[in-house]
Design a protein around this ligand. Sequence first.
Ligand code: MG
Length: 269
Amino acid sequence: MAYLKTQEEQDAILKGGLLLGAILEDLGKMAKPGVTTLEIDTEAERRIRAVGGIPAFKGYAPSGHRPFPGTICACVNDEIVHGIPSDRVLIEGQILSIDIGMQYPAKSGLGQGGNGFFTDTAITVPVGEINSQARQLLSVTKKSLEMAIEVATAGTSVAEIGRVIERYIEPQGYGIVRDLVGHGVGHEVHEDPAVPNYYEAYLEKKLLKPGVVIAIEPMITVGDYRTDVLDDGWTIVTDDGSLSAHFEHTIIITEDGKPIVATLRPSEK
Ligand code: MG
């Protein structure tokens, strides 16, 4: 698998990523009391197809899993990632994480299988008014992603990304999920390298280079970092039932300076 993306590939990733970022921002605004996660999912698929993309997660079936049924992963409160959209109604005071991936453009001839490139992005949003503990969790998780993006420059090791997140998060007493990590992205939803949100010494030797495209995605918990899987085979939850938040961006490493945030949302510009 190509570790570096060509300029043409990077351009397609950026174009698709910005479309996806705008879609995700709108989906986040739908998270209101009384709305179901399936309603948000239906809108997500409609929007992706309207811009000429393909939902990347729908039908995704790694070995041992039934195909993922949703366009988004929808996770409420203690659910960390891979939550299945359903007719469950959102309730005031909850937090909802929406993770979304898109292959873009459909049938372009670019990328493997001729269906464009993958981008991957996530946010966690409040459902109505949330308490200060939840608000703080969202703020800290988002900040850790921003700090990680800041250091993701050419010549820096992949280990540095995890180190920065860990150094910021751990002294504040939050947990960093270890069973799931960021990843290379582009030709596939998940590519090499793994990008942990904690320090891994072996990644000191893995240097970021211009043209590397990775998804950084800290998953932070109020309590312990340990996880469990629900009976649906997909939904990963905190083992202790504590709240969890997740923010993710697909970024492109540049020749010099800060990376390009491919999935930047309109409100972040
Ligand atoms: Mg991801």
